[in-house]
Write a protein that binds this ligand. Sequence first.
Ligand SMILES: Nc1ncnc2c1ncn2[C@@H]1O[C@H](COP(=O)(O)OP(=O)(O)O)[C@@H](O)[C@H]1O
Ligand SMILES: [Mg+2]
Length: 611
Amino acid sequence: MSFPKGIKTLACVGKTTITIAHRLSTIRNSDRIIVINKGQIFETGSHQELIDKRGEYYQMVMAQSLTDVEEEDENLHEWKQPASRQTSHELYPERHSIRQQFSHTSVASLNEQDEDDLERLKRELAEEGASKSNAYSKTGEEVLTEGQQWAWIIFYIGLAECVCILIFRLAFEIASENMVFKIQVDCFRQLLRMPCAFFDDPKHSSERLSTRLAADSANARWGMDYPLGYFFSTGTGFVIAVVVASIYGWRMAILTASSFPFILYLDHRLGVYLERVYNKDSKVLEAASRVAMESIDNIKTVRSLTMEKVVMKRFTDLISVSHNEYKRRAKIQAFVIAFTGSFFYFVYCLNYAYGAYLVVNGTMWPIHVYIVLFCIAEVMHASDYAIGYFPDYIKARYAIGLIFKLLNDKPPFNNLSQTGAKPRETTEVSLKEVEFRYPQRQNQTVLRDFSLLFPSGKTTALVGASGCGKSSTISLIERFYDPNSGLVLLGGTPVPNIQPKYLRSKLSLVSQEPVLFDRTIRENIIYGLENDNISHERIQQVLEQANIKNFIDTLPEGIETNIGERGTQLSGGQKQRIAISRALIRNPDILLLDEATSAMDSQNEAVINIL
Ligand SMILES: Nc1ncnc2c1ncn2[C@@H]1O[C@H](COP(=O)(O)OP(=O)(O)O)[C@@H](O)[C@H]1O
Ligand SMILES: [Mg+2]
């Protein structure tokens, strides 16, 4: 504070001095002070006498001391000597007490209040006590000690925050990773449980199902990973902030809360829109990936039919739908998030003005307004986070919905079931009055009143026009499908009563287009065997039986040769012969050959038929 040096100096040299005072602090040491009001002398006396009198002069000192608070704060840097600070407190104890109450606020406007207001305020201040907000008036050692205490408290809060974040991130990330892992394993197990009819359904295309396993489970992660944790922590902050704000300033809390229905409505609309978009998007992207996979899988056919341009156009058309939708979605999402995110600043601004009004009005303490404003800032932060997290949450919810739909799908029978009969007699197969329609084509009866016996130890051949139901008969024996009526029996036991794994271990199927895996010849032959510790001699034996040993011996790596994806490095006949070796090594009771030698030359076919 710049002290009134002029008057003091003049008084010291004994001069008669008359001064018209604008700032009351400049006349503090005057011998006599005359207060004039409306042209009349109102009161006279020394500073102390007039202060004790609690009259007009006292009121003027009080009023001016409040306006001086701000100026004093501005001039704080001039308080270089502790002595001058001391002097100020001594000279103006009343002002100092007022300052203790208000030093942390900007209440310059208070000097415009009428006297009644001032009196009321003073009474309230006295009641409330100086302890509430005297932080700014502490000095020297006190400041240092308390400052150090607070520094330590903040340090420990920092440590606690570090530990909490560590535990929280680890907990959420490990939990979400475990859940994603479980979802992926459960989904795949569920797929393996499903009957073949499930995969005939176009809704269960391989692209769609693999998306469920990969992309959907990855999207589902965001519904449970650390963003959800942050959502809860900011949510807790939100609740605490709302409670505290309601306690300290319910008027401001109501003003803030009144904006929420609007924001929630906007968010709800955004959620509905996003869910629709994700639904459309996933269908289009699945169709696009189907086109891509089909083309890549059958690249030779695509080339021979010069279909490159056609498949390119189909692919581009499909992803363009998603592309355009994405751009539209980006605009809508950006608009809503920008609007809702910034909206709280407008609410904050209103609260700031309203808070100032409530202080001036004497309805709220400035410190309470600050508390409520801090709470509103916390509410803003929490809401801002929630709004930003919302699209991820919708995406995760959509993905989780699809995953649970798959997991809750109950198969008519469980392919992985461990229960069921294990009959001893498994060398004879019979069909009794079987009627069969494919589940996806219920209007076409493939087998009608079909009864047949495949005697034990005999070779039985099915012949007939293409599409007459030969392969379907084999599918019924393998229990890929169940007949609509009639019975399929293995050694006299109805196939549905037999444990699926046991049933299939007694059968070996070689189909017209055998599926080989991207592995070595040896691995392909023993693939899926529980006991894969098969001797080299046994493998050589089945290779010889399938008449492929000579070919394999010419390969530099022999049976350790990798045959490429789906056996692309082999001819059709070679693939069929490896598939026959694979069937033979299982030593089945019943060997099912469905046009298994169709791709072989007659010489090879003749050798194999000797089996
Ligand atoms: N998964 C399926 N879904 C619907 N219909 C099928 C399916 N598989 C075959 N079909 C139909 O069943 C009939 C018999 O087929 P199939 O048993 O494979 O004939 P083939 O005697 O040539 O082996 C055919 O008309 C065929 O179109
Ligand atoms: Mg067939």
